[in-house]
Design a protein around this ligand. Structure first.
Ligand SMILES: Cc1ncc(COP(=O)(O)O)c(C=O)c1O
Length: 435
């Protein structure tokens, strides 16, 4: 597969754009060069050299309906004729608010819109601290909540720096972070209630809230153990702390009501972004009215020029309408496709005696290489998964026209066809023996 044009363009890009990319993860594209793309539609993408790919990155998750679906294009095009940003309210925003509050299980909740997952999580932390008048947020290793100083700690910390299992130390994910922000966090291991109890016992009265990805999509796509989420909610409540779900990946992807609906747990607050607008930039926090009132009356300051712009609201409206019109069939079909692909990959792995491992929930799952039956948290992943082998696998799959992410997270869209899935399984069967 020839990537000459991408190589030429990337060479040019490195003189113009820092590192040649606008988000650091893009340098890790599993190709011989970060690829340049000319266009994308549905499940497919085409690069600057004319190569076609079945895409499972799907914008790192937002493209729930595949690339550039007509129903979003049409709605955005129609609405944007009347203006882009009003810095004021408009009725479509209310229609979208009604739709999301209807779809998300929380009772008597309100919503506030913003523009990215990172910034909405900042608003979440501020709100939890203000409401409880406590200084710290409990965050888990392996979970990602954006790249800001306040929380970009211990996402995937090297184990030799991460401290003891039952009292992890915060490890910054970047140089240049404000070191004092670590003081606002308590780091804990996920999927382990004993360690959670200890973290609360070590910080009595200090923890404002717990933030968790309800399904750990940023590490091996791990589901909570049986009873873990119930225990997490109980322990948070007993200690006077709030429970927040970061549904930036799971929201509108795993079910209409996100992971809350799937797991049957209602947190106090939840944040959403990626899938809600099928690829347009928007995010939101949804939560208990009494907590959200802190944002509503300005006690917690929140702003943003691009918040609730016409195009993003139009795209959200079109996306949610599409889901609502299809009802539960939308998720049934999407998850069935995901399970078909997961099962197909598992079968191939078994028949070839490979250690390729698949774990997740259909519409989003992780591919890794491990001999373990199941991975349960970040330390488990770090100890037992061969990330270099996955990189090699993704590189070889790309040569077969299958575009996988550099971190193993695999996103299904409603645009993927069973033909796409069969091609992907056949590609894996060709690649695995070569690793
Ligand atoms: C769970 C989770 N929260 C927050 C974010 C940050 O969102 P954004 O990239 O829109 O800033 C991400 C991004 O991948 C995420 O996966």
């Amino acid at each position: 597969m020839n990537h000459d044009r991408s190589k030429h363009l990337f060479d040019k890009a490195t003189h113009l754009v820092a590192g040649g990319v606008s988000s650091q993860i893009r340098v890790l594209e599993p190709a011989d060069v970060p690829l340049f793309f000319t266009h994308a539609a549905g499940s497919r993408m085409w690069d600057a050299d004319g190569n076609e790919y079945i895409d499972y990155i799907q914008g790192m998750g937002p493209n729930l309906f595949g690339h550039s679906p007509d129903f979003i294009n049409e709605q955005v095009n129609e609405d944007m004729q009347k203006g882009y940003i009003f810095a004021g309210q408009f009725e479509r925003e209310l229609e979208v608010a009604e739709m999301v509050l209807d779809m998300i299980p929380m009772e008597d909740a309100t919503v506030r819109f913003a523009s990215s997952g990172t910034e909405i999580d900042q608003l979440l932390f501020r709100t939890m601290r203000a409401f409880t008048n406590r200084p710290k947020i409990l965050k888990f290793e392996g979970h990602y909540h954006g790249w800001m100083d306040s929380v970009n700690w211990s996402v995937h910390p090297p184990l030799d720096q991460a401290g003891p299992e039952d009292a992890p130390v915060p490890v910054g994910e970047s140089e240049g972070m404000n070191p004092s922000t670590a003081e606002g966090l308590v780091i804990c291991q996920w999927n382990d209630l004993e360690k959670l109890e200890k973290a609360f016992a070590d910080h009595p009265g200090e923890i404002a809230g717990v933030i968790t990805e309800p399904i750990l999509a940023n590490t091996n796509c791990i589901l909570p153990k049986e009873g873990y989420m119930e225990g997490l909610q109980r322990i948070a409540r007993e200690n006077g702390a709030l429970l927040a779900f970061d549904e930036v990946i799971t929201g509108f992807r795993v079910a209409a009501g996100g992971a809350q609906e799937m797991l049957g747990i209602t947190p106090d607050l939840a944040t959403y972004a990626k899938s809600m607008a099928g690829g347009f930039p928007i995010s939101m926090i949804v939560g208990r009215r009494d907590i959200m009132d802190y944002i509503g009356d300005g006690t917690v300051y929140h702003g943003g020029s691009f918040n609730s712009n016409v195009m993003s609201i139009a795209a959200t409206y079109a996306s949610l309408k599409h889901i609502q019109e299809r009802g539960s069939d939308f998720y049934k079909d999407l998850n069935e496709k995901g399970r078909y692909l997961m099962e197909g990959l598992r079968d191939i792995s078994k028949s070839l005696e490979s250690d390729l491992h698949v774990q997740g929930v259909g519409s989003v799952f992780a591919i890794s290489f491990t001999t373990r039956q199941e991975i349960t948290n970040w330390r488990d992943h770090a100890r037992n998964c061969d990330d270099d082998k996955y990189q090699q696998f993704a590189k070889e799959m790309l040569k077969q026209g299958i575009r996988l992410s550099s971190n193993g997270r695999t996103h299904l869209s409603s645009a993927h066809t069973y033909e796409d899935l069969d091609k992907t399984i056949a590609a894996a069967a060709a690649v695995l023996p070569t690793l």
